[in-house]
Design a protein around this ligand. Structure first.
Ligand code: 4AD
Ligand code: MG
Length: 480
């Protein structure tokens, strides 16, 4: 007999029928009530065990963490807390879990800290918090593809192994080939590890942008959605060494069009979550009640997650030039609370996260799109403005997150691009293919990159980026 998903049974109107479910035991009370979860929903199905007719050795093995199948009749539940329950006729143990061993893991039914859960990243998806986060993450991925596909974009897969540094920031992981016979040797017979991708020097990509640009100048509108890598030693709750980035690129589109696209896109995917992740949002909203140890339980408030998401989808993002932002920061008084007391002095300096947070959380109190940054703090490919000091860059800053999007109109003029590359010491020979796009039918074009994990952070109300990706890669952690 086919087995059913618990999500389906919890909603069905077809009661008093027999069903089979398979899942993992979350709790077993009074030798009678099993809470079963199969990952299809945050909610458990209560299975009522007929303990007189269940063999003793089966009863013995219904332990937290075990995989079981339950066949029985779905009925209206008499107990509180659930609409339906299954009256079990037959229980099979599919995979046992030794209670003594379980006690040592995060599967044991007590509250574990998020730090503890990170140490057992392979098991944490069996907890409510992580299953909710990962279902929302999956739905967000779907919404990303749906948005672009519905709007005439082509999905392109840009290379993971690449010879170029798209951001010119030197934050690349080198690719090493241990098949040493392919690796060139120097005059002393030593292996040239620099060139060990079959004789070439290569890295893991930091961004698919440059390749996406070449495709936009042929397919018109494209997007990437893939893993990117940064060898920056940043130990923050916002940085990963491996993260997923969404990078649309559009021909015949200027910076204003780029801002419109980014704003529309973000609103669409967050709205999709509001409409399609009800149970998980309920759970995530309430989770904070238990997490917030600063107050007694009776005073704890559920997080206003839906309100926060709704606010984003219903209000315009504030568009502010870098120069205006500097004026605002200069005129703002240093805040007594430590967070915002670092006030910027000079036009031309990069904004620190406290400046970004000040603008978003204290000053405008909404997402902010900052544009027209000083040329010398941004990447080489950005379109130089007529003032020759600023470039058509844009960053989108989000409350509680900081930068969620970085993008720009691209420098489409060959000579200007070449001059900029020369100034920065970027070898034209290495990017000959990129420069070709400016030789053959160049045009105004723009794009941006959105850090997927930062989006998931915002959508779930989680606070550490390590908790929204299955296996976080950070300077301390690549164990799994
Ligand atoms: O601002 P970034 O570096 O921009 C680019 O890579 C451009 N080539 C994108 C483009 O125009 N196609 O990165 C884009 C976004 C950031 O705004 C941030 O959300 C995310 O990627 N990001 C990271 N997320 C997690 N961990 C890191 N170490 C990240 N670095 C950037
Ligand atoms: Mg950036």
């Amino acid at each position: 007999m086919k087995h059913h998903k618990i999500a389906e049974l919890l909603k069905t109107e077809h009661l008093l029928q027999d069903y089979t479910v398979k899942g993992w035991v979350r709790a077993f009370r009074s030798n009678r009530f099993i809470s079963l979860n199969d990952g299809s929903t945050i909610n458990n199905l209560q299975c009522v065990v007929d303990f007189e007719n269940t063999p003793e050795e089966v009863l013995q093995q219904i332990n937290v963490g075990a995989a079981i199948s339950v066949k029985g009749t779905l009925k209206e539940s008499e107990g509180k807390g659930q609409r339906v329950e299954i009256e079990a006729q037959e229980i099979k143990i599919l995979g046992e879990a030794n209670p003594e061993e379980v006690k040592k893991t995060i599967l044991s039914p007590k509250r574990h800290t998020l730090e503890k859960l990170r140490e057992q990243a392979h098991l944490r998806v069996r907890t409510n918090t992580f299953s909710a986060v990962m279902r929302v993450r999956s739905k967000l991925s779907f919404a990303v593809h749906q948005y672009f596909q519905q709007n005439g974009f082509n999905y392109v897969n840009t290379p993971i192994i690449t010879g170029s540094d798209a951001e010119g920031a030197g934050e690349m992981f080198k690719v090493t080939n241990f098949n040493l016979k392919d690796t060139p040797k120097n005059e002393d017979g030593e292996i040239d590890f620099k060139k060990d991708f079959f004789g070439k020097e290569t890295n893991l990509t930091v961004s698919g942008q440059l390749e996406a640009e070449t495709y936009a100048l042929g397919l018109g509108q494209v997007y990437t959605f893939g893993p990117t890598f940064r060898a920056e030693n940043s130990n923050t709750s916002r940085h990963l060494a491996e993260f997923w980035m969404i990078e649309p690129e559009v021909a015949f589109c200027d910076l204003d069009g780029n801002m419109d696209l980014a704003e529309d896109f973000i609103k669409y995917v967050l709205n999709y979550i509001l409409e399609n992740c009800d149970d998980d949002l309920d759970f995530l909203e309430n989770r904070i009640i238990q997490e917030d140890k600063s107050k007694p339980e009776s005073e704890r408030q559920p997080m206003k997650l839906r309100e926060k998401l709704k606010f984003i989808t219903e209000n315009n993002f504030k568009r502010v030039s870098y120069t205006e932002a500097i004026d605002i920061l200069k005129n703002s008084k240093p805040n007594k609370k430590k967070k915002f007391n670092y006030i910027i002095k000079e036009w031309g300096a990069d904004l620190q996260s406290e400046h970004e947070r000040f603008l978003v959380e204290k000053h405008f109190k909404c997402p902010v799109i900052l544009f027209d940054y000083p040329a010398n703090i941004k990447a080489f490919y950005m379109r130089l403005n007529e003032d020759e000091k600023t470039v058509r860059a844009m960053d989108i800053l989000f409350p509680g997150i900081g930068e969620i999007v970085g993008g720009s109109q691209r420098e489409e003029r060959l000579e200007v691009l070449q001059q900029k590359m020369n100034e920065l010491g970027i070898d034209e020979k290495e990017l000959w293919w990129y420069l070709d796009t400016r030789k053959f039918g160049t045009c105004v074009h723009s794009g941006f990159g959105l850090g997927f994990e930062r989006l998931v952070l915002f959508a779930t109300g989680m606070t550490n980026i390590r908790d929204v990706i299955p296996y976080p890669r950070t300077p301390q952690n690549a164990e799994f």
